[in-house]
Design a protein around this ligand. Structure first.
Ligand code: ADP
Ligand code: MG
Length: 690
């Protein structure tokens, strides 16, 4: 191809070689054997590309200079269409012959019900007939806007065709034959051929399958090798003792009996910490299942064995809440806690940093601030990461490097992640599940209201507040938005609190852009019961715990994601009282929004909701998936959706490494290549990621 286009291709997509180009897979295919009639192409047919055969009945040129616009009128037996060009007018003017028949290919759009196409591709019928195509299905390639300016869909396809001709016959297969046979795969050559030029639907599937297999096998070879490494190094801290801190707490301070699930998880953690290996554990438990207590008691185990522990929370509010709770629960015990957040004042910061370095402080609670360079622990033995999905992979890796010897790591989340996916996202880790809520919880009743029911809503809120309960009202409007500036934001909030139509009650406000001390004061008012109503944004989504709150009103609920709604709902139903979640939404909803809200009304089960979420949103959008795709250079595999292939590659990787731990055998050279290719970004050593 020409140098100018090659440059753009490199710049926009990093494609330099024939190999790069062939590794740039189509994201969809169109059937070039199918010709539509114009009358068949409707606004509602939802077609992204179509082709039809039509005669040009006339042309017109409008505008001047750069604003010129060329229109060709096309017609077949069933209808008419307008083909429009805004660029290259001179060139197209020469090319189009009135009265002649063309094959028109492009993206349909509609103007007042009339079919229009901007910049379609035109071929004479003779040209189309003489075109020898590789396949009836033509790949549509991911492009950037800049690239699309210099390469049309057709030109891109042609470049790939040329590349294929050069490459065919020179494509070695990285997988040994035995593996190809065992997993019924097609060869890499056939896979590449069919991903670009599908010879049939079945071969296209087989091609996708094979290419995904290679990517996920590469990732799994890395993970499994790291796991073997970790298990061959006995460098985990030992917590052999259950001592004063744990026992005193358990016998004298524990405010309630632990649930069976909490006990089981604490036991699992105890067992992990006496093996001599570093613990890497993911704790999944629905909102309100009592993960915090497990964290605290595990940290006490570390303290009993002479180590420091730290707990990292995703928000300031949550960190402060944990700190206050821990301090209260540990009162009178010889365990020192401190807090460090981004907005810690000099004194607090100084105390935390000094105490942590000298070893005087046993437990440090904090936010992201914990991973700053300046934070030096004397002997960090145990790390808890709360609601992990808020942290990036790299941040977790940085927390780890605070020690020469790796601390035990407990990652806690209310968002259920399938086990195999968790392994891809977080390296090799063990999974614990709290599958039991504390006793006496009543299922939250969830209903959906529209604005028409607002008066009823206020009446209901009054009624609950009169009973002595408290109410959350959550608005979506301020989502750490850069486009909305600070003033708009506070104004918006002031007006909400001023106009909030229950003037007889004390309303307090909390949102992400408030000063930390104001936020804290507002939380305090609500927690202490001074305020009846908390008007907030989703800053309260994670972890906030006020058992007396029984009503969660979510405004514009259709604008929240399913897991967010579930998290928000989890703020109520924490005491013994019947709690309610009221989803306020507009009348008109998209099908997906409706499905989300209906699901919320039907179930309280976070695992079920997560599954549904996966179905509704499909690929790519689940927490961390995107991230893992980029980090491990996955082009076609999606660990969320390709679970079966993921399990197969995991099994294959384990078997291969058992036979050849360092991939030294000649027939494993290709595997070594796959492993290197999907080893994750350099800065991430993922034996170290949580
Ligand atoms: P999450 O798992 O969402 O972090 P929390 O740890 O915040 O949940 O616990 C939710 C609420 O349940 C808290 O008020 C906590 O004190 C309470 N709780 C935790 N464990 C128990 C238990 N075993 N019995 C009764 N209440 C409990
Ligand atoms: Mg929590």
């Amino acid at each position: 191809m020409g140098e100018a286009r090659a440059k753009v291709l490199d710049h926009e997509l990093g494609i330099r070689t024939v190999g790069d180009l062939l590794a740039h897979y189509p994201f969809r295919y169109i059937d070039r054997t199918r010709y539509y009639m114009i009358g068949e192409i409707r606004e509602t047919s939802d077609l992204s590309y179509v082709q039809f055969r039509a005669r040009i009945t006339g042309i017109s040129v409008a505008g001047e200079g750069r604003k010129q616009r060329f229109t060709a009128y096309a017609q077949d037996a069933t209808g008419a269409a307008e083909l429009v060009w805004f660029q290259g007018v001179k060139w197209i003017e020469k090319k189009v012959e009135v009265g002649r028949e063309y094959i028109v290919f492009g993206r349909p759009s509609f103007y007042r019900g009339e079919l229009q196409m901007a910049h379609p591709e035109l071929e004479t019928v003779e040209q189309a007939l003489s075109r020898k195509s590789e396949s009836g299905m033509q790949g549509i390639y991911p492009m950037t806007e800049k690239l699309a300016n210099v390469l049309s869909v057709k030109a891109m396809y042609k470049v790939v065709c040329d590349a294929w001709k050069l490459a065919d016959g020179h494509i070695p297969d990285p997988l040994p034959d035995s593996l190809i046979q065992q997993y019924h795969l097609i060869s890499l050559r056939d896979a590449l051929h069919n991903i670009h030029f599908p010879q049939s639907q079945a071969l296209l599937l087989a091609a996708q399958n094979r290419l995904k297999f290679d990517e996920l096998l590469g990732v799994q070879l890395n993970i499994q090798q790291h796991r073997t490494d970790r298990m061959s190094k006995s460098n985990g801290f030992l917590f052999p003792k259950v001592g004063d801190a744990f026992n005193t707490f358990y016998n004298e301070k524990l405010p309630f009996p632990l649930t069976g699930a909490q006990k089981r998880v604490i036991k699992e953690i105890r067992q992990d910490t006496v093996t001599g290996y570093q613990m890497n554990r993911l704790l999944q438990g629905d909102v309100g299942s009592g993960k915090t207590m497990v964290a605290l008691m595990s940290m006490l185990l570390a303290v009993d064995n002479g180590f420091q522990a730290t707990m990292m929370a995703p928000t300031e509010i949550l960190a402060r809440q944990h700190f206050a709770n821990f301090r209260r629960m540990l009162e009178g015990m010889n365990v020192k806690c401190a807090i460090l957040t981004g907005s810690s004042k000099a004194k607090e910061r100084h105390e935390a940093l000094e105490g942590i370095a000298s070893g005087e402080i046993d437990i440090l609670i904090g936010t992201h601030a914990l991973i700053e360079e300046r934070v030096k622990f004397q002997n960090l033995g145990f790390v808890v990461i709360d609601e992990q999905h808020r942290f990036g992979v790299e941040q977790r890796a940085r927390l780890w490097t605070k020690n020469a010897q790796p601390p035990h790591i407990l990652v806690m989340t209310a968002t259920p992640i399938p086990r195999t996916l968790a392994m891809t996202l977080y390296g090799d880790l063990d999974v614990s599940v709290i599958d039991e809520l504390p006793p006496g919880r009543r299922p939250i009743r969830t209903v959906r209201y529209t604005d028409a029911a607002r008066l009823r809503l206020f009446g209901f809120m009054r009624q609950e507040i009169k009973k002595g309960r408290q109410v959350y009202v959550v608005y979506p409007l301020i989502k750490e938005s850069e486009t909305m500036d600070y003033k708009d934001l506070t104004d918006g909030y002031e007006s909400i609190s001023r106009d909030f139509p229950l003037p007889e009650y004390v309303t307090t406000i909390c949102h992400g852009k408030m000063k930390p001390q104001d936020k804290e004061e507002s939380m305090r008012q609500f927690k202490s019961g001074e305020a009846d109503i908390m008007v907030a944004t989703s800053v309260i989504e994670v972890g906030v715990d006020v058992p007396n709150a029984t009503v969660m009103v979510i405004e514009s609920a259709e604008r929240f994601g399913l897991s967010q709604l579930h998290q928000l709902r989890g703020r109520v139903g924490r005491g013994g009282e019947q709690s309610y979640c009221i989803l306020m939404s507009g009348e008109k909803l998209s099908r997906e929004s409706r499905a989300r809200l209906d699901a919320m009304c039907q179930t309280n089960d976070g695992f079920q909701l997560a599954e549904l979420d996966l179905k509704l949103r499909g690929a790519g959008d689940i927490n961390g998936t995107q991230q893992s795709g980029e980090a491990f250079d996955l082009k076609i595999a999606n660990p969320t959706l390709d679970q079966e292939i993921l399990s197969a590659t995991r099994e294959a990787a384990i078997a291969i490494l058992e036979q050849d731990p360092h991939l030294m055998l000649p027939e494993h050279r290709g595997l070594e290549y796959l492993k290197r290719k999907h080893s994750g970004r350099e800065e991430i050593d993922f034996s170290r990621i949580s």
